[in-house]
Design a binder for this molecule. Structure first.
Ligand SMILES: *[C@@H]1O[C@H](CO)[C@@H](O)[C@H](O)[C@H]1NC(C)=O
Ligand SMILES: *[C@@H]1O[C@H](CO)[C@@H](O)[C@H](O)[C@H]1NC(C)=O
Ligand SMILES: *[C@@H]1O[C@H](CO)[C@@H](O)[C@H](O)[C@H]1NC(C)=O
Length: 169
């Protein structure tokens, strides 16, 4: 009898875990890779479907952390509250309040540095959830690449042509 009862309990446990998993509580995070350049910015995505928000926006909380669990930004009941934000993210994080009502809680990190290359974790909690991990890669900026650009062969040809004309005249 006891054995029978515990089997039923186990069954219920498995069903509830499956249900929780189905609603996203235990589901694997979405993994995204984003590339940015030194001095520029990068957008880290995190959203729930438009249809899930409706008029429940104040029921959603969004927590952005880095892989060292440092606070990047929080959006509580559609209000950005970056108190206790880690100093290295101060004045560098943009949120998009117009996008909240579409379920889009993406953030933008400005003035990228090489040391920003790491993982950023987003958790949306509320009537529906999201868990997204963005892996940021930071490469040397446009300026660096521009300075090292070699002149094209057409430009070299035109230059030699002009110099030849000048010397002949
Ligand atoms: C979670 O957010 C990511 C990034 O915006 C998106 O690709 C994914 O579809 C979202 N998952 C759910 C269940 O809404
Ligand atoms: C969010 O901001 C709105 C408008 O400024 C305010 O009415 C509301 O109380 C705030 N909610 C929280 C949880 O701070
Ligand atoms: C969410 O908002 C950001 C910032 O405006 C934008 O770059 C991104 O494309 C938006 N994502 C979706 C799924 O609309």
């Amino acid at each position: 009898m006891f054995y029978h009862k515990s089997l039923i309990q186990q069954g219920w446990y498995i069903i509830s875990v499956l249900l929780l998993d189905f609603t996203g509580a235990f589901s694997d995070p979405v993994r995204v890779t984003v590339k940015g350049f030194v001095g520029e910015s990068a957008v880290f995505p995190c959203s729930i479907p438009d249809s899930e928000i409706q008029d429940k926006i104040e029921k959603f909380n969004v927590h952005w952390r880095d892989n060292e669990d440092k606070l990047v930004c929080d959006i509580i009941a559609s209000n950005r509250t970056c108190t206790d934000q880690d100093p290295k993210y101060k004045f560098r994080v943009e949120t998009f309040p117009d996008e909240y009502k579409k379920g889009n809680f993406s953030i933008k990190l400005n003035s990228l540095q090489k040391t920003d290359a790491r993982e950023y974790i987003c958790h949306i909690t509320g009537p529906s959830q999201n868990h997204t991990i963005t892996e940021l890669h930071v490469e040397d900026g446009q300026h660096g690449r521009g300075n090292h650009r070699k002149p094209s062969s057409t430009m070299l040809f035109i230059s030699f042509f002009l110099i030849a004309i000048l010397m002949l005249s």
